[in-house]
Design a protein around this ligand. Sequence first.
Ligand SMILES: C[S@@+](CC[C@H](N)C(=O)[O-])C[C@H]1O[C@@H](n2cnc3c(N)ncnc32)[C@H](O)[C@@H]1O
Length: 311
Amino acid sequence: MLVRPALLPAWPPSPKDLFGREGPLVLEIGFGDGRFTAWLARAHPHWLVLGAEVSGASVLRAYRRMRKEGLENVRLYHGEGPFALRNLILPGSLHRVIVNFPDPWPKKRHQDRRLLQEGFFRRLSTRLEEGGALLLTTDHEDYFRFALEEAERTGLYRIEVRPPPEAHLQTKYALKWKEAGRSFFHAVFTKVAEDPNPWPPLRRYPMAHALLKGELPETLDLAKTPVPIPGGIAVFLEVARGEKGFYVVTHLEEEDLTQDLLLEVRRSAHGVYAGVGRFGSPLITEGVKRAVRALVERLKGLGLEVVQDHT
Ligand SMILES: C[S@@+](CC[C@H](N)C(=O)[O-])C[C@H]1O[C@@H](n2cnc3c(N)ncnc32)[C@H](O)[C@@H]1O
């Protein structure tokens, strides 16, 4: 039931690939403990409900809930909502998007972390079907006004402010804020036009490694080295020595995607291997390839010679 984008089958997957059948596709972003996701799946058994959530602990809790309830029409993705929207959803295929109580990021300097920004609404318009809509419920008036303005600026939505439906006021956070006596805000953003940029899914590659001739170095001094990559940065955080060579703990931040992965520099049957380790099944993106290239450059600087280059 957990969706992990597999190594290279086509992106985005069809609803049939994900759910084993066709049906109206609904995305819930930031499902928390998943109680609304489960309600939605029970209330609309013919719908296909994809949830995206960044918190691993929440994903596990929700996953147990779906298993316990035996819900066959739910899939959970552990990661960023915008990433799921762009890479896991076919153009023009989304019936609804649900956002209940998004993190409000109230400080001015943190506003760029808010989910419902102009760029998000633009991308969303390419994935929503004709007449498809996003439903927002929040207790945070400032964020609510912000989301209305951001959507308004795109000119791609009809926006209706309505009283929140009762089911949206039964989430964990809704109950918490109800007890605290807060007010609630709800809006429906219905697609009326589409952004001309199709926002194609992230490009992935089958491999990123090189084979080099020469001696494995005694030490590899890389820690805290930043490498610029398209749309972000990679940082070699730490180098650990293993039996066959080195493991380089690497942090990457690309557009919509943050990954921590292990790069390896080790002896192999064919020379010295420098490339992505399998640990954690990372997605091999342009950024990952650039990080491996930077690693290979460092090895070249230490006197090794590239004999096969798949970076
Ligand atoms: C305030 S909680 C609300 C949880 C739930 N919707 C509810 O109403 O009880 C916000 C949730 O959104 C998740 N979240 C924040 N940013 C996210 C993103 N970019 N993609 C997916 N989930 C996100 C957080 O981990 C958290 O679980």
